[in-house]
Design a protein around this ligand. Structure first.
Ligand code: APR
Ligand code: ZN
Ligand code: ZN
Length: 361
């Protein structure tokens, strides 16, 4: 029997989000219904509401979530009802050219539930990133469920479903930060701070946090940054060079998603260093760089999709490190809120007041 539950809908471009009754079908082959326990408010949810992702309104928002599998469809064997899972938005297919070459974190054919969730009048919903977890329950592809240790708090576990995984992965998977490296992180929101945490975990000797907001820099220091630079009052490139013996950092992680901060990252790295772009640019943004500098400075310019993570490998591992006290994922939770508070959380995000507001159900 299809179920009726409450969920947060973005009805149209820039219209306030609202809680509505939504219809969740029973899981079909390869699908699962998950009872959501917690879901973080991510920038991408705001981008959906603003129409910056696509025009497929109405959206069912929320995609950074943890919960309990309630039921599974035909052929599902990896998870069973009662499992505590983190939802991921890149369920790997196992058969595309990336997967078959042994690089599933690049999977080019990730999948979601085939059936649609709807409003009561039958209007089909577009779930954010194929998840839609600001809701009491949601329907996903079973491969989007990654089972982890159930003793961790859902509001903490869920964060690995998006921003925190993206940042940690940008450092350890994409940037290959290693022992003794110097790292600079430009933009210290949830993603940038997670890159700080990842760099520390990987044994970086120096972690330079750059932001235009002193509150963010204080928080980055708590997360493990060894040095901070306010790029509103100082030249970020000069400051990073000064802190690295005049050379630049081995790895610079751009966690804002703007041309000017990308350019800072490009020039703030040492020769043959690595730039990782994990901030997500918008379509109108353009970058101009002297091609000779791109060649002459060598090294690699990478982007990080979802931290180039493999959920089945990385989620349980990071939960384990959190449980051992070797990383502190709880430090990312600024506040817990209810389903009705998402619009307010967007405003606080816009003001830079929070790392993460997390809806707890
Ligand atoms: N220079 C340095 N820092 C900046 C600049 C700038 N020009 N502009 C903004 N920032 C800082 C903000 O002060 C804030 O601390 O970047 C940070 C961005 O943080 P959030 O808004 O919390 O965003 P976050 O969730 O961390 O995501 C960062 O990654 O996933 C993408 O879409 C997301 O593009 C966004 C980026
Ligand atoms: Zn694949
Ligand atoms: Zn997200």
């Amino acid at each position: 029997m299809p179920q009726h539950v409450q969920g947060v809908i973005a009805p149209g471009r820039n219209e306030p989000v609202r809680v509505e009754t939504i219809v969740i079908p029973d899981p079909g082959p390869g699908e699962a219904v998950v009872k959501i326990q917690a879901c973080g408010v991510c920038h991408t949810d705001l981008h959906y509401k603003q129409g910056a992702i696509n025009d497929e309104f109405p959206f069912l928002l929320g995609h950074e979530a943890a919960g309990i599998v309630e039921s599974v469809g035909e052929g599902v064997t990896d998870v069973t009802p009662g499992d505590f899972v983190i939802l991921n938005w890149r369920a790997v297919c196992g058969t595309c050219r990336a997967c078959t070459r042994g690089r599933p974190w690049y999977c080019f054919a990730t999948h979601n539930a085939k059936q649609k969730m709807t409003l009561l009048d039958g209007t089909e919903l577009s779930p954010a990133l194929g998840i839609g977890a600001f809701a009491e329950k949601t329907l996903v592809a079973a491969g989007q469920c990654t089972k982890v240790d159930p003793s961790v708090a859902p509001e903490v576990a869920g964060l690995l479903g998006c921003g925190v995984m993206a940042g940690i992965g940008a450092a350890i998977n994409t940037g290959n930060v290693g022992r003794g490296d110097t790292v600079a992180v430009i933009g210290c929101g949830g993603v940038g701070d997670a890159a700080v945490v990842g760099s520390r975990l990987a044994g970086a000797a120096k972690i330079i946090a750059v932001d235009i907001d002193d509150r963010k820099l204080d928080k980055a220091r708590e997360m493990g940054a060894t040095h901070t630079v306010n790029s509103r009052t100082a030249d970020a490139v000069e400051a990073i060079r000064e802190l690295t013996g005049g050379f630049g950092a081995d790895v610079v992680i751009e966690a804002v998603g703007r041309p000017e901060t990308y350019e800072q990252a490009f020039y703030a790295r040492d020769l043959a260093g690595t730039v990782v772009l994990v901030g997500v640019p918008s379509p109108e943004m353009k970058l101009e760089l002297p091609l000779l500098d791109v060649f002459g400075r060598g090294g690699s310019l990478k982007s990080s999709w979802y931290g180039d993570c493999l959920p089945s490998r990385d989620f349980p591992m990071l939960i384990d490190l959190h449980q051992q006290g070797r990383i502190d994922l709880a430090a990312f939770v600024t506040e817990t809120i209810g389903l009705g508070d998402v619009e307010k959380a967007f405003a606080r995000m816009h003001e830079g007041d929070v790392l993460r507001s997390v809806v707890v159900l």
